[in-house]
Design a protein around this ligand. Structure first.
Ligand code: PEP
Ligand code: MN
Length: 373
């Protein structure tokens, strides 16, 4: 059961103390306090765990300081959608809105290689009106002998260039808790010119200690990729780990499933799950067409498979696109064969706009249909 407190009530309020006393007197119950950070206010919520069946929703709803009571019938206590609740489906970070109702594009380098290529990429993003990007510094690689990313050495110029070109949010994978400290230090040293969304890759979806560490910090939002060989339910529970530690600024990323049934694509595209994740949870949903498709093959109609699957995810309501671009794919240190090129950037953005408009028209039609029936 979730007890949502009135906006003015927080941990130091008298009403809060009285509610905690009320709960302490009920047997078999424990409570976890959660703060939901909106753009204008912080809402305090109490998660009642244990024997909640005997509690009266009506009684709790009338206690001083209580705004609303939500009985949780399913899993994903914090990130899930529950019956009759209208909690927000998004958050703001560094001036950018992330929600189930909008769409942000994160085009950029799978792996940072040189300051020149980072600058060329960011300049192109600014020219095309983009304020988000992806930049890999810590790369999880199949072979221990493959390039592992420049790590903390590239952070100073990546952050400085982001500031120079008006980039507000960089999606950056971390594979170890220590990378978080390195990112925070480099942001601080460079005067916080940009924001970082911490990415947890598919190989770490169930690295529970990493999830807990990232969940304990409440500043950076998190992009959690779906595990490539586990069920959707298992990956959604992994997202809930982040929230259970206090960070509910989580975007859920679909990136394809590992199976040779996907051949000739790198992974089996799973963007049919965009509406499913939106129905089960309040998380914005990201699609990663690059790691799903893994090549630059072109269909007979002239469109790259990467663009086709992007459009499929967007027309189904995706909220974020993580996509590999590179000024010179041949010299990319990781995943060059799947990178789009800079002349393709405006074309890609236009194609996404067409698909998004189609999605908006589809939902407008469905609202009319629902009113008639
Ligand atoms: C990536 O986005 O660079 C990446 C490694 O993705 P994934 O974890 O989905 O393989
Ligand atoms: Mn990659």
């Amino acid at each position: 059961m979730i007890v949502i407190l009135q906006p003015h009530v927080n941990r130091s309020s008298e009403e809060f103390d009285r509610l905690m006393e009320y709960i302490a007197n009920k047997p078999g119950l424990s409570v976890r306090v959660h703060e939901e950070h909106g753009s204008l206010q912080v809402l305090t919520e109490l998660y009642l765990i244990g024997d909640t069946a005997s509690l009266s929703e009506e009684e709790i709803a009338t206690l001083p300081g209580v705004e609303r009571v939500v009985r949780i019938s399913q899993e994903y206590r914090i990130l899930g959608r529950h019956k009759d609740e209208h909690r927000p489906t998004g958050f703001e970070y560094n001036g950018v809105h992330f929600g189930q109702d909008n769409l942000n594009i994160f085009a950029g380098l799978c792996a940072v290689n040189t300051p020149e290529d980072v600058e060329t990429m960011m300049q192109a993003l600014q020219t095309n009106g983009q304020v988000c990007t992806r930049m890999g510094a810590y790369k999880p690689r199949t072979s221990p002998y493959a390039f592992q990313g420049h790590g903390k050495n590239c952070l100073p110029y990546v952050f400085e260039l982001a500031g120079k070109y008006g980039i507000k949010v960089i999606a950056m994978e971390i594979t170890h808790e220590s990378h978080l400290a390195e990112i925070n230090e480099a942001l601080h040293q460079s005067g916080n010119p940009t924001g970082v969304m911490l990415q947890i890759g598919t190989r770490n979806t169930q690295n529970f200690e990493l999830l807990k560490a990232v969940g304990r910090q409440h500043h950076h939002p998190v992009l959690l990729k779906r595990g490539f060989g586990i069920t959707l339910e298992e990956s959604l529970n992994a997202a809930e780990y982040l929230a259970s530690e206090g960070n509910s600024k989580v975007v859920f990323g679909l990136r394809g499933m590992k199976t040779n049934m996907a051949d000739p694509h790198r992974n089996f595209v799973d963007f049919a799950h965009v509406p499913v994740v939106k129905r089960l949870t309040r998380m914005p949903v990201c699609i990663d067409p690059s790691h799903s498709v893994g090549n630059r093959d072109v269909a007979p109609d002239g469109l790259l498979d990467v663009m086709h699957v992007t459009a499929q995810g967007v027309i189904a309501g995706a909220n974020m696109i993580l996509v590999d671009f590179h000024p010179h794919p041949a010299r990319a240190l990781v995943d060059g064969p799947q990178a789009l090129t800079l002349p393709e950037l405006p074309f890609f953005i236009e194609d996404v706009t067409i698909a998004r408009e189609a999605y908006e028209k589809r939902i407008a039609r469905s609202r009319i249909f629902q009113r008639l029936h």
